[in-house]
Design a protein around this ligand. Structure first.
Ligand SMILES: Nc1ncnc2c1ncn2[C@@H]1O[C@H](COP(=O)(O)OP(=O)(O)OP(=O)(O)O)[C@@H](O)[C@H]1O
Length: 373
C-alpha cells in the first residue's frame, strides 16, 4: 500500500472541433489537490461530467496531465508508464477476454510478466476465495452474471498486489441487490488486502458506505474532502449540501426579519417563519437574504403547545417505515420526513418546528457556507 498525492493537477482536453470556437468545459480537471493516508479507502463522488473518470485515468497513467504532480508512495508518476505504477484497475466495463477461461483471465497479466505457472496458481488459490470465484475458474466470461464478471474483474485487479487499487463505477451495471452484496464484499476485501483504494462513483450511498473519506467534485473542481460524516454534517457549500443526503436537504431563500417576538428567517416564497438560532444572530442582520438549509429529518411537526411556525400541509405520503410531508414554498416544496405514524391530509394546519442546531446557512451569491459564531 502507498499514499496517493495529487498536487494542483489540471487536465485540459484539446477542443478538436475547430468550428466550435469555445469548448463547453475546456478544463475537465481544475487544480485538483488531494492526499490520502496509507491504506485509506477514498471515494471520488460527483455528478456526470465533473471530472471523476478523468482524474482516475490520470492517476492510472491512461491520460496525460496538463499540469501538476501525481505521487504514488514516494514515486512521482507523471511520466511513469501505467504498468510500472503499481496499480490495479477495475473499470465499469469488465473487459474480460471472451475466449479465455476465468482462470486465464485472472492470470493474464502475470503470464505477460513471465511469472511461472506454479506461482500463478498459488496467487489464484489465494485470491479466488477472497472474491468467491473458486467455482467459476473453468468457465468462459459469457456464462457469468454481471456480479460474477465484476468479481473476476476485481480478482484480476488485485492479483498483482497493487500499491493502489483504482475502481471506476465498478457496480454501475449491477442491479440494486447485487450492488449491495458487492459493496459489502468490497469493504471486506479492502480490510483484507489493506490497499489504498480509490473508487469513482456518482452514487452517494456507495461513497458514503464504503469510503473513509470522500472527495466531492463539481465542474472539474474539488468542493470538499472529508469523512462521510463531515461532508454530511458540515457541507462547505450549497452544492455539497444538496448533493449529499437522500431525500436532499431543503435549501430555500429566506429573509432575516426582526419582530417584537424575536428574529426570524422568513421564507421568501411562503408564509413560514423560523426563529433564527442564537448561534446565527451575530452573523445575520435585518433584511439580509440567505439560503437556509434544513435536512428533511431535522424538521418536525409540533404539538398544540408548539411555538413553531404555522404551515399547511400540501402533500402527505406514507412511505411504509416513514412519512413524507411536504409544504409548498413558491414552486418548490419544503419536505419533512418522520417516523411518526400520525396521518394528515392536504390542507391540514400544523406547527412546523426545526432542530435549530441542525440548520445550515449559505451565501445567496456564492453558495459558500456562512458559519455560526
Ligand atoms: N477524451 C475527451 N476529450 C474531450 N473531452 C473529454 C474527454 N473525456 C472527457 N471529456 C470531458 O471532460 C469532462 C469530465 O469528464 P469525465 O468523464 O471525467 O467526467 P465524469 O465525472 O467521470 O462523468 P461520468 O460520471 O459521466 O463518467 C466532461 O466535460 C467531458 O465531456
Amino acid at each position: 500500500m502507498a499514499k496517493l498525492i495529487l498536487k494542483n493537477v489540471f487536465k485540459r482536453y484539446e477542443n478538436k472541433d475547430k468550428k466550435k470556437k469555445k469548448a463547453v468545459n475546456p478544463l475537465a480537471v481544475n487544480n485538483f489537490s488531494l492526499e490520502t493516508e496509507d491504506g485509506e479507502f477514498i471515494g471520488i463522488l460527483g455528478p456526470s461530467g465533473c471530472g471523476k473518470t478523468t482524474s482516475l485515468r490520470m492517476i492510472a497513467g491512461l491520460e496525460d496531465i496538463t499540469d501538476g504532480e501525481i505521487y504514488i508512495g514516494d514515486m512521482k508518476v507523471n511520466d511513469v508508464d501505467p504498468k510500472d505504477r503499481g496499480i490495479g484497475l477495475a473499470f465499469e466495463d469488465y473487459a474480460l477476454y471472451p475466449p479465455l477461461s476465468v482462470y486465464d483471465n485472472i492470470a493474464f497479466n502475470l503470464k505477460a510478466k513471465n511469472v511461472s505457472a506454479d506461482d500463478i496458481k498459488k496467487e489464484i488459490d489465494r485470491i479466488a476465495p477472497m472474491l468467491k470465484v473458486e467455482e467459476l475458474l473453468e468457465m468462459r466470461p459469457a456464462k457469468l452474471s454481471g456480479g460474477q464478471k465484476q468479481r473476476v474483474n476485481l480478482a484480476r485487479a488485485i492479483i498483482r498486489k497493487p500499491k493502489l487499487l483504482l475502481l471506476d463505477e465498478p457496480m454501475s451495471h449491477l442491479d440494486g441487490k447485487m450492488r449491495q452484496v458487492l459493496r459489502i464484499e468490497l469493504q471486506r476485501l479492502h480490510k483484507e488486502i489493506k490497499c489504498t483504494t480509490i473508487i469513482v462513483t456518482h452514487d452517494q450511498l456507495e461513497a458514503m458506505s464504503l469510503a473513509d473519506r470522500i472527495a466531492i467534485m463539481k465542474d472539474g473542481e474539488l468542493q470538499q474532502f472529508g469523512t462521510p460524516l463531515e461532508v454530511y454534517d458540515n457541507p462547505v457549500n450549497e452544492f455539497v449540501a444538496g448533493f449529499i443526503g437522500e431525500p436532499p436537504m431543503n435549501i430555500n431563500t429566506v429573509k432575516v426579519e426582526k419582530t417584537d417576538k424575536g428574529t426570524f428567517f422568513k421564507f421568501v416564497d411562503a408564509d413560514i417563519a423560523i426563529p433564527v438560532p442564537d448561534r446565527y444572530l451575530p452573523v445575520v442582520s435585518e433584511g439580509m437574504k440567505v439560503r437556509l438549509g434544513v435536512r428533511p429529518t431535522d424538521l418536525m411537526i409540533g404539538d398544540e403547545n408548539s411555538k413553531g411556525s404555522d404551515a399547511k400541509i400540501s402533500v402527505f405520503e406514507n412511505l411504509g417505515e416513514e412519512r413524507k410531508i411536504s409544504f409548498r414554498v413558491g414552486t418548490e416544496f419544503l419536505t419533512l420526513v418522520t417516523p411518526d405514524e400520525k396521518r394528515y391530509k392536504q390542507g391540514d394546519p400544523v406547527k412546523l418546528e426545526v432542530k435549530a442546531d441542525k440548520t445550515h446557512l449559505f451565501d445567496v451569491e456564492t453558495g459558500e457556507v456562512i458559519r455560526a459564531k
